[in-house]
Design a protein around this ligand. Sequence first.
Ligand code: SF4
Length: 311
Amino acid sequence: MVFLSVNDLDVQYQSQGKKVHAIDHISFSLQEKESIGIAGESGCGKSTLGLAIMKTLQENASVSGEILFDGKSILAIPDPEFTKNIRWKQISMVFQGAMNSLDPVFTIKKQFEEILKKHDFHEDYKQVIESAISSVGLPRSVLDKYPHEISGGMKQRVVIAMALILKPKMVIADEPTTALDVLVQAQIMTLLKNLKKSGLGIMLISHDLGIISEIAEKIGIMYAGQIVEFGLLSDIYKNPKHPYTFALLNSIPSLNNTTKITSLKGSPPSMTNLPSGCRFYDRCPQAMEKCKKEPPKVMTSSGFVMCWLYE
Ligand code: SF4
């Protein structure tokens, strides 16, 4: 059963008189309990996608298209109703850098209580908070601490527990391991894998394809506001089609493969002045004349790829 379906989603920001096309008509879908990785460089629109699904975009954003979540058209739901019934209860998010948003003057317990109060939760707070904190492998004593008294890894577990406290069906995790050392990263990934095993759907937003490979069944590769390749992670990692996906995978060092890794030259186009043809044209080693003039169409096979090489 299709659980999340994003259809022709488009997000534009108005900034200083300019239009920033952060997400350009993207579509993909997920089945229940499936997890997806959204990968791409900084500024490609991956965080905006998460914020659009959570309906937490800034006021200068205009959104069109459709997001169906568990059969409901999210964008059509009035905000008070979305806040009351869906955000955090059905779908929640670990925001990028969320551990830095913990309030330094309140204990962790107090901050959990705030979430429950905000969502009109009427059951026994104590039991629910203790169960949330132990579900991420932390001792109850953490609840009486202030944020500065616990480590970065513990803070990240706390914000994950906060995202899970109302037992959503899906969590969007935006760069959940960035700024953590490799050992703590591994602990957070083990935690996310265990949550996935327990039936939680996860959308993992990351620039790190290695981390995504640990958790996702599907992957969307974003470039300059578009999903340029989408499909089963196993297919795309074995046989990447889009030259950008190929370059991303080629930039990962491997213990088994001694082939020289290569870096991708250049940088993505300005989002306020996008080229008329393929957005990857200037960086693409396989670019053709046609690519400069005409934006590539979506070519569908088991997933899809947006590149004239597969016309
Ligand atoms: Fe490269 Fe052309 Fe494909 Fe764009 S459409 S990725 S420029 S081959």
